[in-house]
Ligand binder design. Structure first.
Ligand code: UDP
Ligand code: BGC
Ligand code: MN
Length: 368
């Protein structure tokens, strides 16, 4: 990943470390490299972010809660999508790595590009955020298929993270980056991110109850759209039902469960995940849509206007061309449900980078 342009560096370094009360405690031995930061957030734009959030694995240091999270308490409803403010927010909230000493502005810039560090060594642990002052109900892994969209990622995280925190859920963000120059394979990335997130949740002592597959360029317009899975054993949630690009016409233009979609582990395994065999743009969402119906899962969608999203404008990526086989593949989708998906996934995670706000998996997806 490339890190900050000079202008942002200046901005960040001027904000650096002054707005946050940060302190670190060391986790017990079984969580050797675990991080436990306590952050107090300041007011960002007009949104008051709940006072305190914990990053890190659950361990004895996490206090026991005496009340359930009041999930509605901090929500606003319709929120303005402001992309430059979101990008600024990203830099501000990223700045949670505790400095060893006060840094000069140049050093701060370099620092932001580093992996999360503890005492000069790279953190081996994944940042999981949870509310500290109440008992959360939902533990959610956000999985973002990714390549070469750094600007979109900063805007998305700057916009989404304050929402997740206002919703008082436990969450962790997994960016799943395709390495190399081969044609994009979104299905393989999402399956790889899912398996990694499952393992991470288990290791943390609280398995994720929900896995949300999120396009990097889709920004929710309502913070009352819940980033979590609905209750029910046979349910899948499609969140991004209407997009500004399609004039907010619900499920416009061939869209089925594309964009942002949430599965419980059981449901995702039941459909054998996304197909691995789609290279290039289109179809993997229509394929999993067929799998969902075939496995008799029902799709829950938010009522208008909650599922409205703004899509960041972009051109079609060069390495993600429209796949001429899409129609045929989708027509034959159910023939491959048992043989093409989680159960024959053959990708390689070549590196795991722990950034303050997210984990970046570098993935070799193979060749067509
Ligand atoms: N994507 C990416 N890099 C690419 C191609 C796709 O990161 O080169 C990811 C990204 O999350 C993006 C999603 O795949 O939002 C869907 O691709 P795209 O936005 O091109 O499809 P659209 O929904 O705009 O038709
Ligand atoms: C593609 C889908 C896409 C939808 C909306 C369909 O033709 O196959 O992948 O989500 O169009 O753009
Ligand atoms: Mn897009």
């Amino acid at each position: 990943m490339r890190f900050p342009p000079a202008k942002l560096c200046l901005l960040v370094s001027s904000l650096a470390f002054f707005n946050f009360g940060v302190f670190v405690m060391f986790a017990p031995k079984q969580w050797k490299a675990a991080r436990f930061f306590r952050l107090s957030y300041r007011k960002i734009d007009d949104y008051v972010i709940p006072n305190i959030t914990v990053v890190g694995y659950r361990n004895e240091l996490v206090p026991t809660y005496d009340m359930d999270c009041q999930e509605d308490a901090h929500l606003f409803g319709n929120i303005t999508v402001n992309m430059s403010a979101a990008e600024e927010t990203y830099w501000t909230i990223s700045n949670i790595v505790p400095p060893v000493r006060n840094l000069t502005s140049n050093e701060t810039c370099k620092y932001l590009g580093q992996h999360a560090m503890i005492n000069g060594t790279t953190s081996k642990e994944t940042a999981i955020f949870e509310p500290i002052h109440c008992r959360f109900k939902h533990s959610v892994a956000i999985i973002i298929p990714f390549r070469d969209r750094e600007e979109h990622l900063r805007i998305l995280l700057g916009h989404l993270i304050p929402i997740l925190q206002r919703q008082l859920i436990r969450y962790s963000v997994f960016v799943v980056s395709q390495i190399g120059k081969e044609t994009f394979n979104k299905g393989r990335l999402m399956n790889t991110g899912f398996e990694f997130a499952v393992r991470t949740g288990q290791r943390s002592g609280i398995p994720f109850s929900c896995f949300i597959f999120q396009d990097v360029d889709l920004l929710p317009e309502y913070d009352t759209l819940r980033y979590r899975c609905s209750e029910g054993r046979n349910v899948v949630d499609h969140l991004s039902t209407s997009i500004n690009k399609f004039d907010y016409k619900p499920l416009c233009c061939g869209m089925t469960v594309g964009g942002v979609v949430a599965f419980g582990e059981r449901q995702y395994r039941k459909v054998n995940g996304f197909p691995n065999s789609y290279w290039g743009w289109g179809g993997e969402d229509d394929d999993i849509n067929k799998r969902i119906h075939f496995r008799r899962l029902s799709i829950v969608r938010p009522k208008e206007p909650l599922g409205r999203y703004t899509m960041i404008k972009h051109d079609r990526d060069k390495l993600n061309p429209w796949n001429s086989q899409v129609d045929r593949n989708v027509r034959l989708a159910l023939r491959r449900i048992r043989s093409d998906g989680l159960n024959n996934l053959n990708t390689k995670i070549v590196d795991v980078e722990n950034y303050p706000l997210f984990t970046n998996l570098l993935v070799d997806v193979g060749t067509p």
